[in-house]
Design a protein around this ligand. Sequence first.
Ligand SMILES: *[C@@H]1O[C@H](CO)[C@@H](O)[C@H](O)[C@H]1NC(C)=O
Ligand SMILES: *[C@@H]1O[C@H](CO)[C@@H](O)[C@H](O)[C@H]1NC(C)=O
Length: 147
Amino acid sequence: MFPKTCFAISALVSSALTQGCAEAARFGTLKITPNSIVLGQEVTFEVNFTCAIQLGYTPVYADYFLKVPASNNTGFDRFQPPIYFARRDGPSGVETFTRTFGPTYPNALYQVVLASTRAIITQSESYGQTLATGEVLLQVSVVQPSH
Ligand SMILES: *[C@@H]1O[C@H](CO)[C@@H](O)[C@H](O)[C@H]1NC(C)=O
Ligand SMILES: *[C@@H]1O[C@H](CO)[C@@H](O)[C@H](O)[C@H]1NC(C)=O
């Protein structure tokens, strides 16, 4: 009887936790401080994978880019490829890290991209692991430091 009650309680707790998780949080939620990137000044990234993990999207690693969206990337004279700035292995729960950005493309609009990669097929005898990636986008402005 006792073990049965225990099981019922833990099932309740885990379903209550999952209820607070929006499907949109499946690849993690991203917050940056300050919310404009000032070149040469430290920016803090806080990424919460709590819901991602609860929803079954546990990341193997997460990559971070600064991307010029296609609508703004008409490339005056060339295409502006995403600026890669971090990979975090096996992120769990809440991750915090900082970056300081150097020169970027002038006059561009930017998105921070969090690309969360997980294993969808863990192991198959012939092919090994299959990974899938999902993205979270955050509009951000990138500004020159004031002098
Ligand atoms: C992370 O997300 C979970 C689920 O939404 C929330 O309960 C928790 O407070 C968040 N943690 C932080 C530090 O924001
Ligand atoms: C991108 O957006 C900025 C700000 O609106 C604008 O000044 C610039 O001309 C745009 N560049 C391209 C290539 O669309």
